[in-house]
Design a protein around this ligand. Sequence first.
Ligand code: SIN
Length: 282
Amino acid sequence: MKVSSSLEVKPLTGSCGAELFGVDISQPLSAASVKDIRQALLDHGVIFFRDQTLTPEAHRAFTLLFGDLVSNPVYAHVEGFPDIMPVVKEANDKYNIGDTWHSDMSYMDVPPLGSLLYAREVPEVGGDTLFSNMYLVWDTLPGPLREMIDGRNAYHSDRYLTSRVTERNAGRSSKIKLDVQPSERLALHPMVRTHDETGRKCLYVNFPFTWAIEGMSREESLPILNQLYAHSSRPEFTCRFRWRKGSLAFWDNRSVMHYACNDYQGKRREMHRTTVAGTVPR
Ligand code: SIN
């Protein structure tokens, strides 16, 4: 579908994701183009651009069209660019980062609106990223589970990353900062949030960062959370993006989760990620 004179939006699946054509995001964009891109993000949860040539400065400039930049409090940054996070797996690394379904930085009181991941080097095959539409997840959740969690809050913590810095850093080239404080960040968020732009409800819990449901221990929470995670990753809610060098994915962190597939042992993958400031989940 053509949404403006140049921008074309091609949905990737029946659930989420769309490729956008006819725009060079390294160049200054008109207000109308930015509005169309934002609308495509809201409509599809994650949007993809192909064959872009972005310097770190241009990546930052494009991100700033959608809000303030947020620096990652846990991971180290690209030298000279505190708000760009390197997502790198060297050929001899065993592990990548992001290999569980998650919503970025949900352990913050104000988690980011979205993330923009730019491919600088990718393996010939493998290293895809998967996304899941959390509106659909909520809409299709069985009634008794919906009743159990609607109106409840859950704690989100960064301890999945920060309680084992040495172990995580050992097999990965994307490094957690050595001076990061264990369990420094703990946030309480609604388990079902209402998207501040679309007004739609979506499930907002994720495996690495949601620690416990408010008023319950972690042990009491896990059986419920595990059912929610299983439902969230059903294939019919997802899309899968195959990267090429120069691709950029921009996902709405409020309404989709993502998963980075670690299926390219012995090959190198290098991405740069920025994040856009969000609002307090309600
Ligand atoms: C992430 O932001 O979780 C990493 C995604 C990816 O490397 O595909």
